[in-house]
Design a protein around this ligand. Structure first.
Ligand code: PEP
Ligand code: MG
Length: 592
């Protein structure tokens, strides 16, 4: 029975606030790509109907692919859209079509089963091929096969290209490659059953300013067709079928938020400094060349962290040197002479490519990740290093090495950088031979030996997302223990202070680039610990600058001293929250 919206009762669920903002709208249930294949017998007289269904599904799937291709070309570029040409070729492959028709006639089974059997046969053939390029085409065939199955069974495709109106995306979980494939203009908000505050899918949502709540446990089980959802990305709340009273209440919060954002925007061109003129260096984190453009527009010093794995995830492949070079050079050019910090590949943990690492790891975040993968696969690493170096001929580029846990890794990476330079010299290519090489401080080991690392590195960038998980032994994407993931923990604050002291003594530039760098609450405290350089999601930069102008160096000293007296993370959290709220509401009152 179709329920009337008014009869549906409100249900409130509590999760983890992941990206600020309020969103309300119809639900879009995001499905992963596993598809169940129905199997049943079909009489001879019905076989023609099965074949007709198959041919119709082929046409529908082709028009879906055409639409996705158009969207990707518009949003990412013609080159990325080219991936879908291969999909079209599969759909038009006469041998495959004939095989399915023959299978329907000979097996006496439904067309879903026949499509499945034929594509599996092709897939196992692809699997045995020596040629890596052809082997990788299996991914296209798998995707096409899933789309055909979904079309035959009448289920919605997992992508967002077909949404006719913006909706709230609900999913059990969301991987970075899922998020990379989303059309963000069609997503009002994101709510997931699992995930943590710094999972990479969430970082991407925050970068595009989409409100998100994660760790809602069984939200997707509780939703039925036609439900509406309100999410509060400040407090981590999701409300199914909010009542008129709730909508009114949140409407007021939303109005206040918009009022504040307007104020923030009106000051976005003012310098980045405290009320008494202490300068603050604000950089942007970016995943795509488009985000770099946005960051430069909002007056950032440059790009403090460009996560190169994004291109690998978007294309679900190891891109060639030229593909990577084009991505980097486009970004370097958009940066208009400002410095761009390109971090070398940080795959692993929650950032995985299909079929990339065959061996399932028990502890992926502590496993074959980032610099470890690159040093074990020098050929993959050298391709990337050459692409970065070539891009350095077009602007100001720095190289950043992720997940360093020992000095040997930095030394080996620098040797490979020299090797990549030698190869480019031989080819007669230009690059910046004095390029700066920095390392991420994001493991407890790197904190402990940062004095040694300071001798090898040209700069430090502190990745608090990982540092918190490794210091506190709390998996950053596990919602069961998300309450233990506390960047306000004294162990984190003391570690940060130590790194700031060492970097300042060595006169080494240091930037905080984890998500706390974009959280305005943290700003005075981080400054008190000894930092004046932050790299944050471009969407958070204007708010950071706005808040900075509302406190002085005296406030910084006081809040840092007060925080050092607190023993519990929750007390530090409250302290910086109260300070932020007081200053922001003062500013709003003054303006009104
Ligand atoms: C970090 O760990 O804080 C960081 C910036 O890197 P990522 O989130 O990509 O692991
Ligand atoms: Mg990290």
């Amino acid at each position: 029975m179709i329920q009337n919206k008014k009869e549906k009762s409100e249900l409130m669920l509590f999760g983890i606030p992941a990206s600020p903002g309020i969103a309300h709208g119809p639900v879009f249930r995001f499905l992963h790509d596993e598809v169940k294949v129905a199997t049943y017998h079909v009489s001879e007289s019905d076989q023609e109907e099965e074949i007709r269904r198959f041919l119709e599904a082929l046409e529908v799937t082709k028009s879906e692919i055409r639409k996705i291709r158009e969207d990707v070309a518009k949003n990412l570029g013609e080159k990325e859209a080219g991936i879908f040409d291969a999909h079209m070729l599969v759909l038009e492959d006469r041998a495959l079509i004939d095989d399915v028709i023959k299978e329907v006639k000979e097996s006496g089974e439904n067309v879903e089963k026949c499509v499945h059997r034929v594509t599996e046969k092709y897939l196992s053939f692809f699997d045995q091929l020596e040629d890596k390029y052809l082997r990788e085409r299996a991914v296209d065939l798998r995707d096409i096969s899933n789309r055909l199955q979904r079309c035959l069974s009448g289920t919605t495709a997992s992508g967002t290209a077909f949404l006719d109106e913006p909706k709230i995306l609900v999913s059990e979980d969301l991987t970075p490659s899922d998020t990379a494939a989303l059309d963000r203009s069609k997503i009002l908000g994101i709510a997931t059953d699992s995930g943590g505050q710094t999972s990479h899918a969430v970082i991407m949502a925050r970068a595009s300013g989409v409100p998100a709540v994660v760790g809602l446990r069984n939200l997707s089980d509780k939703l039925s067709d036609g439900d509406e959802l309100l999410i509060d990305g400040f407090e981590g709340v999701a409300i199914i079928n909010p009542s008129e009273t709730t909508l009114f209440r949140y409407g007021k919060v939303d109005v206040q938020r918009h009022r504040l954002l307007k104020l923030v925007e009106s000051e976005s061109n003012l310098p980045s400094q405290t009320a008494d003129g202490k300068k603050i260096n604000i950089w942007a984190n970016a995943d795509t060349p488009q985000e770099v453009e946005k960051a430069i527009e909002c007056g950032c010093l440059g790009v403090g962290l460009f996560r190169t794995e994004s291109l690998f995830l978007r294309t679900n492949s190891l891109p060639t040197e030229d593909q990577q070079y084009e991505d980097y050079v486009r970004m370097v050019k958009s940066a208009n002479g400002k410095t761009v910090t390109i971090r070398t590949l940080d795959l692993g943990g929650d950032k995985l490519l299909d079929g990339w690492n065959q061996q399932k790891e028990a502890n992926p975040f502590m496993g074959f990740r980032a610099i470890r993968y690159c040093l074990s696969n020098p050929n993959v690493f050298l391709v990337q290093l050459r692409a970065i170096l070539r891009a350095s001929a077009h602007g100001n580029v720095r190289i950043l090495l992720p997940m360093i846990s020992g000095i040997g890794e930095v030394i080996r990476a620098k040797e490979l950088i020299t090797e990549a330079m030698d190869e480019l010299k031989e080819r007669g290519e230009k690059f910046d031979s004095l390029i700066k090489v920095g390392c991420m401080i994001e493991t407890p080991a790197a904190v402990a030996i940062c004095d040694l690392l300071a001798e090898e590195a040209d700069f430090f960038s502190i990745g608090t997302n990982d540092l918190v998980q490794y210091l506190l032994a709390v998996d950053r994407v596990n919602n069961e223990i998300a309450f233990l993931y506390e960047p306000h923990h004294p162990a984190v604050l003391r570690s940060l202070k130590h790194v700031a002291n060492i970097a300042n003594t060595h006169d080494l530039p240091v930037t905080v680039c984890g998500e706390i760098a974009g959280d305005p609450h943290f700003l005075p405290l981080l400054m008190g610990l000894g930092f004046d350089s932050f790299s944050a999601s471009a969407s958070m930069v204007p708010e950071l600058k706005f808040f900075a102008r509302r406190f002085s160096q005296e406030d910084i000293l006081k809040i840092t001293k007060d925080s050092e007296k607190k023993k519990r993370p929750s007390e530090v959290k409250q302290l910086i929250k109260d300070f932020h709220e007081a200053r922001v509401s003062e500013a709003s009152v003054v303006q009104n």
